[in-house]
Design a protein around this ligand. Structure first.
Ligand code: PLP
Length: 393
């Protein structure tokens, strides 16, 4: 008999009733150090007082009004994002995949309105993840996500990760945009080197192609900059945001330059819930904290510490771990043991990590994790690795 919850997830036998900072608690009081943070969603940890206050205050005043009216919380969030990024304008969504939908629509509408309606193709990359909507799965193109769901949304060209010549060859007079994660998340924390992002920007400038960054996972302070592409010193034309920006409340956004957004006039797109007062009040509270340069400095400092400890762990357990990669507090530990076994050994030690492709476990802690918690996390990972080695021996 089919479970009452549609069984599209293989769930671990863990169930949490409470969260506090970097910790999650089961009903019996057992606590877990959370290095998954809802897959990079709980950017400020669980039950951060500023977010609890923001949601409580807003909930007692006004949850939802239609986008038929002015929404001051949405206006404030848009102004903050425009002031802090390359963007001139923002549209709010409730998830990453909705942001993907709009990014694709916006790129195609751009060329339609510029009198080149044949420019509809979007170039994307192997190992990418852009969500589970029809545009999202067509963009990523992996067999695992698309099998059985055809016919797929047409107009996506999938290239090998890191093949520069292929990108140059793939951009034609039919290309609308290149869509890329500056650091692949689900794909196994695979960073695109700065010089490649710069090269991509140059190539897009030469050919007039729009450059879309998917910063759903790597954005909002995760890498130690407000957005990951800032490390490369270049900007996109359109950017997808979600996950961390809501700190746990479903909130996403598409940011764009004035030119890239020029096709999106009244009536061309919309969302019932997108940009509602409750979500935007939380988003404002998140950004107020995360965009503070002192907060980002602290993320970078702690990231250095965690990375150093992980290097030690790899040296101590060469049979379990292979290498560490990523940026800031978006780190991937490539494993020699099977990654899901490492994740499960972590559960036994009260530690939560998240598997990804390429036999990687992801460490995506709350950006507010403390130095003591980093030491504790490493200690627990060390114990998990030791128990795995003992099992194998
Ligand atoms: C999670 C994710 C998405 C999809 O976000 P949802 O909120 O699950 O729709 C899209 N792109 C990237 C890079 C992601 O990590």
């Amino acid at each position: 008999m089919i479970p009452s919850v549609l069984p599209t997830y293989n769930r671990a036998p863990l169930s949490f009733v409470k969260g506090e900072g970097s910790w999650l608690f089961e009903a019996d009081g057992r606590r877990f150090l959370d290095l998954g943070a809802g897959i990079a969603v709980n950017a400020l940890g669980h039950a951060h007082p500023a977010l609890v206050d923001a949601i409580n205050t807003q909930a007692s005043q006004l949850w939802h009004v239609s986008n038929l009216y002015q929404i001051p919380q949405q206006q404030e969030l848009a102004d903050t994002l425009v002031d802090s990024t390359f963007a001139d304008t923002a549209f709010f969504t409730n998830s990453g995949t909705e942001s993907c939908e709009l990014a694709v629509k916006m790129a195609r509408k751009y060329w339609h309105d510029k009198g080149q309606p044949e420019r509809t193709e979007i170039v994307t990359f192997e190992g990418s993840f852009h969500g589970r909507s029809s545009a999202g799965i067509a963009a990523a193109g992996s067999e695992k996500m698309t099998n059985g769901f055809g016919p797929l949304l047409p107009g996506f060209t999938h290239l090998a990760f890191g093949d520069h010549d292929a990108v140059r060859a793939a951009i034609t007079d039919k290309t609308a945009a290149v869509l890329i994660e500056p650091i692949q998340g689900e794909g196994g924390i695979r960073p695109v080197p700065d010089q490649c992002l710069k090269g991509l920007r140059d190539l897009c400038d030469e050919t007039g192609t729009l450059l879309i960054f998917d910063e759903v996972q790597c954005g909002v302070g995760r890498t130690g900059k407000l957005f990951a592409h800032e490390w490369a010193g270049i900007t996109p034309d359109i950017m997808m945001v979600a996950k961390g920006i809501g700190g746990g409340f479903p909130l996403g956004a598409v940011l764009a330059t004035e030119d890239a957004a020029s096709g999106m006039t009244a009536g061309t797109h919309g969302s019932t819930y997108g940009g509602n007062p409750l979500g935007c009040a939380v988003g404002n509270a998140v950004l107020k904290i995360v965009k503070d340069p002192a907060f980002l400095d602290d993320v970078n400092r702690k990231a250095g510490l965690l990375r150093q400890k992980l290097e030690g762990l790899i040296a101590a357990h060469p049979d379990v771990f292979d290498s560490v990669r990523g940026q800031g507090l978006m780190l991937g530990l490539k494993c020699k043991a099977t990654n899901v076994d490492v994740v499960q050994a972590g559960y036994a030690e009260g530690l939560l990590t998240v598997p990804a492709a390429d036999n990687v476990i992801r460490l995506l802690p709350a950006l507010t994790i403390t130095e003591d918690e980093i030491a504790e996390a490493t200690h627990r990972l060390d114990k998990a690795a030791t128990s795995l080695s003992q099992k194998a021996a």
